[in-house]
Design a protein. Sequence first.
Length: 74
Amino acid sequence: MYQRNIRLSQESVGEFVNAASKCEFDIDVCYGRITVDAKSIMGVFSLDLSHCLTVKYQGQDDNFECVLNRYEVA
């Protein structure tokens, strides 16, 4: 399993969910004790976007990795 920390704005959620939806593997977004499906735009919007989010995924996709790279935080 891979894990990356990202920060999303309201404007970037659509691009992130679109990229996640094209992947054949499961992707979760976590904040605290809350975990949502990264392919669900309503789920991602339900998270507190003012904080760092953790993305957990089990496969690799070049396009998805590019999107993660744009929003990754150290």
